[in-house]
Design a protein around this ligand. Structure first.
Ligand code: GDP
Length: 458
């Protein structure tokens, strides 16, 4: 089948050292022929060997657009499995745009967001979960997220799901053939056998689902709010935690208003410090923005870090905070342990059923315990980065929930002594749901939806 030739700027649209314009499709080499002039010789791009790099110029007629390196990857040995040309040019926004325009003028059309990866998928180079993990690799915010995306990209999810599907289809096939040929296939005792198999499948599906909670934490971070009375040491703690990495500020659209989010990396886990305009300029959120407002921030938080000052006694502010965080997931940090202790941990432990950790933001003590406590709170079980399969994608999670439902229906049918064809209907549903994770039996709409999430040029 003939495919049209697409092109896009594959690197970020900001001024940088190098920019890459990528061309893929049946005419990729010909398009490159029309605009590329090698520095030496006059070999045509279509005659050059695959996987070679060439130095020269991109020209629009007589006008030199840029001095470039040209990379050739002929089908099927490319990301899209199509003929692909990558042009490394200077990384100025204007130059990249001009170069892309030239490529388009000479026969390519602009790629849609995610279209390169979509082609890689459609041409069978990667499965759907791998395609989705490409987005995740691009968007990974921290080490954990990157590692889990990369392992997913290598097919960790794919293999696990394939295993499960294999088991399911085997049972469907058995039931179908037993129903077709009751004389030769004895089904006595089969329901008990199937029950055990489905129990095991459910255990695997549940483990994957559980990993998705970890996965969310790893990928998206923990929404965290710091509270404490003025001078308790909130800013000092933030600075200490943020260290060198404190610069990542993203705008995320909140439901009621835009909030600012600052990410802090804590031993591989991201804390998204929920921050409103001025929440940190305001010494005391309870006092200055009112209990109602602070409650709103607390609502949004997965975790509250309450900083108390051990060198003073608890005051009205502390009492209000204690009241406000009673029912939240919270950690109490009793700060300034380097000074004489006026408030002991036991006082806070009595008032709040929360873990109290004694720290000194000034002398950097107690932070390791804070890290470990957060890990224990949010990550179930020991997390190993390399070999565990994490479900980090909401679509995968939903499909697993459906799979779980279908499997439970099978158990239900077994328990109620329903006829065997009842089992196979629900097993088939489970099979299809699992298939949708790796892109088998997915409708085209779904495929399009997934790829439209990609950014341009990927
Ligand atoms: P915030 O108002 O809660 O943000 O508190 P700051 O972080 O601004 O700290 C208030 C004061 O307490 C500053 O003078 C800090 O240097 C001091 N401080 C913060 N943490 C500690 C600590 O662990 N030990 C001591 N001795 N002083 C601290």
């Amino acid at each position: 089948m003939k495919t049209d030739t697409i092109a896009a700027i594959a690197t970020a649209m900001s001024n940088s050292g190098i920019g890459i314009v990528r061309i893929s499709g049946d005419e990729a080499l010909q398009v490159a022929d029309r605009i590329f002039e090698p520095r030496k010789g006059n070999k045509k791009v279509s005659d050059m060997d695959t996987h070679t790099i060439h130095y020269g110029f991109v020209k629009d007629g007589d006008e030199v657009i840029d001095e470039v390196m040209l990379l050739i990857m002929k089908a099927p040995n490319s990301y899209t499995r199509e003929d692909t040309v990558e042009i490394d040019c200077h990384g100025g926004v204007l130059v990249m745009k001009k170069l892309l325009e030239t490529v388009l003028k000479y026969g390519a059309r602009p790629a849609e967001p995610g279209e390169f990866t979509k082609r890689a998928f459609l041409n069978g180079r990667i499965d759907l979960s791998q395609a989705e993990s490409v987005i995740d690799v691009i968007n990974a915010k921290n080490d954990f997220a990157l590692k889990s995306s990369v392992s997913q990209l290598q097919g960790a999810v794919l293999n696990k799901i394939k295993d499960l599907r294999g088991i399911v289809i085997h049972q469907i096939a058995f039931i179908e053939s037993a129903l077709d040929d009751p004389e030769h296939i004895d089904i006595a005792g089969y329901p008990e056998e199937l029950k055990e198999i489905v129990d095991n499948l459910l255990a695997d599906v549940n483990a994957l689902l559980k990993s998705s909670d970890n996965g969310k934490v790893l990928k998206e971070g923990i929404n965290t709010v710091i509270v404490g009375k003025p001078n308790a040491g909130k800013s000092s703690l933030l600075n200490l935690l943020a260290g060198q990495e404190r610069a990542i500020v993203t705008d995320i659209a909140g439901t009621t208003r835009d909030i600012l989010e600052e990410q802090i990396q804590l031993n591989g886990i991201s804390l998204n410090m929920i921050d409103t305009a001025g929440i940190r300029d305001t010494d005391d959120i309870v006092e200055k923005i009112g209990v109602a407002k602070s409650k709103e921030y607390l609502e949004m938080a997965d975790l509250v870090i309450y900083v108390a000052d051990s060198s003073t006694s608890l005051d009205e502010n502390d009492e209000q905070i204690i009241e406000a965080i009673k029912n939240k997931k919270a950690i109490v940090l009793l700060n300034k342990s380097d000074l004489t202790m006026v408030t002991e941990s036991s006082v806070l432990e009595e008032k709040l059923d929360k873990k109290v950790i004694v720290i000194s933001a000034k002398e950097n003590t107690g932070i390791r315990e804070l890290e470990n406590t957060i890990k224990d709170m949010f990550l179930q079980g020991e997390v190993s980065f390399n070999d565990e399969v994490y479900i980090t994608n909401i679509r995968h999670k939903n499909a697993l929930l459906e799979t779980k439902n279908s499997l439970e229906m099978v158990l239900n049918s077994i328990e109620n002594c329903m006829p065997e064809d009842f089992y196979s209907i629900d097993l088939m549903n489970a099979y299809e749901e699992l298939g949708s994770i790796i892109g088998e039996s997915v409708g085209e709409d779904l495929v399009n939806e997934i790829f439209s999430k990609f950014c341009m040029g990927k």
